[in-house]
Every structure is written in structure tokens, then in C-alpha cells.
Design a protein around this ligand. Structure first.
Ligand code: AMP
Ligand code: MG
Length: 331
């Protein structure tokens, strides 16, 4: 009798552990002009169809690389007419405008003409003249994005929207919401280096996310433990060019027209939303060491790790809300 009981107990334990055993499902590809990876831990079979559909939907709206995307159509009609767009495009533009206001124009989605002028879009780097920059500066200004219910108009001819600093994070949010709707709650969604860490990882101890070393490719300078958080990094090592021995990164200060050179080399933002982490990482990079630290500490919904280069060394700072969850390595 006793043996039978033990047998059933063991059988139960075995069945329980099999049903709990989570398999890893991987889906990788290219979207929004970059690469993405979705890694899901689940004990039921994962269907990727809804993800594929969502990515296609977002590309058709926001991609720079699709000539007829909603953003491309708004750009084409700049200075001419309003364009009717989806609710989702209105939403991302409203959020972008809000971030521009909050960051005192350090973030500005109308930075497109400057990004093109410096050649960051097509990898044809070019050091422009002061005159060229000042002409393009006339076209920059989120205040000139006019939204009328479901229609958008860029006030001046030559203006162009560039959602490159926010779209990866927003895409991660949308993928996470598709996963959640399918009952999946343990996954890493990574798009061009920006991540959403859904759930608490395979061992349920949180996801351990490395922050890239700003200079040593393939090495990490710190690691943070997060659960249910979006982690986005803006770094001067992502896309840059050298001119007269000086490095110019693809993040531009929309107020001066020049690539940012303020000593900050990397900003990682941790928040509940991909759009927020992605957008603020870019904005804080522009704002620089002191202002960025002050803003992060004043906002309950943002945590950040900021790295600057000073006297040929890297100095790292983590906001008070994540200090205990981060480990720094020798640099
Ligand atoms: P991220 O890697 O998220 O920092 O985004 C960088 C991309 O955002 C660049 O390649 C540009 O397309 C765009 N961008 C650069 N500077 C700004 C800025 N100050 N505000 C908004 N978007 C920007
Ligand atoms: Mg960004």
C-alpha cells in the first residue's frame, strides 16, 4: 500500500515537472531596418503567425524603408497637405511630441533632414558646412507637426519625420502585447539592441541583461537584473563616423544640428514601456551627464545607467532605483 502511494506520488511529481518544463521558441528576422530576436519560454506550443502579422503592420506604418508607409507619405506631402493615417500613427506621433516637450527638444522626431544631411541614413557620411546645417535647422521643430483628428501635416516643405529613436521600443511593446494576449509571459524581445524582458526569465530569478562596453566590441561593462521591464540603450558606438580623428555618432542635437559630443557614450534606460525606454535613452544622450542624471532621479518611472568618457576612462552611473540590481565590471 505504502509502495503504491509512493509510486503515485512520484508519478505525480514526474507529470508535474514535465508539464512545467518550458521549451525555448526562437523567432528571428529583419524588420524596421534592423534585426530582431524573440525568445519565448513556454510549456505550450508557440504560434508565430500573430507576431509576423504585427511586425508587418508596424512596418507598413512607420518604416523609412517602405516608400508607401504612413510616415513616408506624411513626409512626401510635407508643406503640401494633410495625410489621413491610422490611430496607431497618431498615437506614436503624440507620444513623440510629448517626449520632445519633456526633453526640451533634445528629442525631436522632425530631425530627419539633419540625419540625411550628415549621411547617417545611407551610410554615406558627410561633414556638412555651417550654411547647410543652418538651412536644415529651419526645417526642424516638432511644433510644426500638425495633427487634426486622424490627419497629419508637416507645415514646411522639406520637413521629414524620423522615428528611428522610438520605433524599436514601440515595436517591442507591440510584440509583447501580442505575446501576452496569447498567454505567454516569459520572453525576451530584442530589436536592434533594445529589449523588452517579459516575466522573470527561465529560472524565474529575473533576466540578466548585459550593457555593452562602449569601446570593446563583444564585451559587457555591466549587467542588470530585470523583470517585466523594457531596456534600451543609445550608444555612440552604434552608428558613427570619424572626421579629422573625431568620432561623430548618429544622435544629433536638434537644437544645434551637430552630432552629440558631450562626453556621454552610452545611456541605458529601464522602464515599463519600450517606447519610453527607447525615446528617453536618445533624449538623455543628447541632454548630457548632469541634466540626464537630474531628470532620471526626478522621474519615478525611469531608471538609467549612464556612461561617460572622461580623461580616457569610462565613468558609470546608475540611478538609485536600480543600483542594487546592477553589477559593474572592470573597464
Ligand atoms: P537610438 O539608437 O534609439 O538612440 O536612435 C538613433 C536614431 O534616432 C538615429 O539613427 C536617428 O534616426 C534618430 N535620431 C537621432 N538624433 C535624434 C534626436 N535628437 N531626436 C530624435 N531622433 C533622433
Ligand atoms: Mg532611442
Amino acid at each position: 500500500m505504502m509502495q503504491k502511494k509512493i509510486f503515485f506520488q512520484l508519478l505525480f511529481l514526474f507529470l508535474f515537472s514535465v508539464s512545467e518544463a518550458k521549451e525555448m521558441y526562437l523567432y528571428e528576422g529583419a524588420a524596421m531596418g534592423t534585426y530582431f530576436t524573440v525568445k519565448i519560454y513556454s510549456n505550450k506550443k508557440v504560434e508565430f503567425e500573430p507576431l509576423i502579422k504585427e511586425l508587418k503592420n508596424l512596418e507598413e506604418k512607420f518604416s523609412d524603408y517602405i516608400p508607401n508607409s504612413e510616415i513616408a507619405r506624411i513626409n512626401k506631402m510635407a508643406g503640401e497637405d494633410y495625410i489621413k493615417v491610422s490611430e496607431e500613427t497618431i498615437l506614436i506621433l503624440e507620444k513623440s511630441i510629448q517626449l520632445s516637450e519633456l526633453s526640451n527638444s533634445a528629442f525631436d522626431p522632425t530631425v530627419g533632414p539633419l540625419i540625411k544631411l550628415w549621411g547617417f541614413k545611407n551610410d554615406k557620411f558627410n561633414y556638412p558646412s555651417v550654411r547647410e546645417i543652418s538651412l536644415k535647422l529651419n526645417l526642424i521643430g516638432f511644433q510644426n507637426i500638425l495633427i487634426d483628428k486622424d490627419r497629419v501635416f508637416l507645415k514646411n516643405k522639406g520637413m521629414s519625420l524620423d522615428l528611428g529613436a522610438i520605433a524599436k521600443g514601440y515595436t517591442a511593446d507591440k510584440i509583447v502585447s501580442v505575446l501576452r494576449k496569447s498567454g505567454l509571459d516569459n520572453a525576451i524581445v530584442e530589436i536592434g539592441g533594445d529589449m523588452f524582458c517579459l516575466g522573470s526569465g527561465k529560472e524565474l530569478k529575473g533576466w540578466l541583461i548585459g550593457i555593452r562596453h562602449p569601446q570593446k566590441a563583444g564585451e559587457i561593462i555591466a549587467a542588470i537584473n530585470v523583470s517585466d521591464k523594457a531596456v534600451a540603450t543609445s550608444g555612440d558606438y552604434e552608428n558613427y563616423f570619424f572626421y579629422n580623428g573625431i568620432k561623430y555618432p548618429h544622435i544629433i542635437d536638434p537644437r544645434t544640428g551637430y552630432p552629440v559630443k558631450n562626453g556621454v557614450v552610452s545611456v541605458t534606460v529601464v522602464s515599463d514601456e519600450g517606447l519610453k525606454s527607447d525615446g528617453w535613452a536618445t533624449a538623455l544622450f543628447v541632454l548630457g551627464w548632469e541634466d540626464a542624471k537630474r531628470i532620471v532621479e526626478s522621474k519615478k518611472d525611469l531608471e538609467a545607467v549612464i556612461i561617460r568618457e572622461i580623461d580616457n576612462k569610462f565613468q558609470c552611473w546608475a540611478s538609485s532605483g536600480i543600483r542594487e540590481k546592477i553589477e559593474f565590471y572592470e573597464n
